[in-house]
Design a protein around this ligand. Structure first.
Ligand code: GRF
Length: 215
């Protein structure tokens, strides 16, 4: 078996995606190790999930820092010795500075609840409903210095039914999200997906559009 992928997961809140990654590792579906969980919020429920599973965790509260550079420096001080293969943003509600993004080129991934490039930013479910969309989805993308930008690696879509509310979309989205990071980690571990020079390769071929994640 190849060497486990080493991961750091950044969270701000509930941490259900973190839990799905922990479960996939513990159940032997993903060959990886979570070196640490970092939260900018000391109250994040995801920190309890980490401690329940014996995973080291750190809190870097952005409010303790006068500016983004100092916050980012503290993050980097924690990240550097961990030497992770990938840094997974999973509900991490801060924007990373360009120095951090550059220090970890090709290594920072984010999961976002929309079919990017549509609906970058916050409140994606509400905005999609207000716009009368008939479908919505989830994207995992490589993080660049721009918010919710960077090449999209994988997307999952689901229909919006008439009468759907924000909670319905969230439920449909989360169900898919909880399978997406584990699937992507498998593919990264197997070398089926490779990331190099800001580009995504699938089976050694440059990805021209995101991989569609099936239901
Ligand atoms: C997810 O919907 C993710 O797409 C978005 O934030 C949410 C985090 O949920 N970036 P959780 O903390 O993993 O439960």
């Amino acid at each position: 078996m190849s060497k486990p992928l080493s991961l750091v997961v950044l969270i701000s809140g509930h941490g259900s995606n973190l839990q799905s990654i922990i479960d996939s590792i513990e159940q032997g579906r993903v060959n990886a190790e979570i070196k640490a969980v970092i939260s900018n919020n000391a109250e994040a429920y995801g920190l309890l999930r980490a401690s329940k599973h014996g995973i080291a965790s750190y809190v870097v509260n952005h409010r303790d820092f006068g500016n983004r550079e100092d916050f980012d420096h503290q993050l980097q001080r924690i990240l550097a010795p961990l030497g992770a293969d990938f840094i997974l943003l999973a509900g991490f509600m801060r924007i990373l500075g360009s120095a951090t993004v550059q220090a970890y080129t090709d290594k920072i991934l984010n999961i976002h609840p929309s079919l990017l490039p549509a609906y970058k930013g916050l409140h994606t479910y509400r905005r999609a409903l207000d716009s009368g969309e008939v479908e919505h989805g989830v994207s995992i993308h490589l993080v660049t210095a721009e918010l919710d930008d960077g090449p999209v690696i994988m997307q999952a879509r689901y229909p919006i039914a008439s009468g759907d509310k924000i909670e319905d979309l969230q439920q449909k989205g989360h169900k898919l999200e909880h399978r997406m990071y584990p699937q992507l980690l498998c593919w990264l571990g197997e070398g089926k997906i490779e990331i190099s020079g800001g580009q995504i390769f699938y089976d050694k071929t440059l990805l021209s559009k995101p991989v569609e994640f099936g239901h």
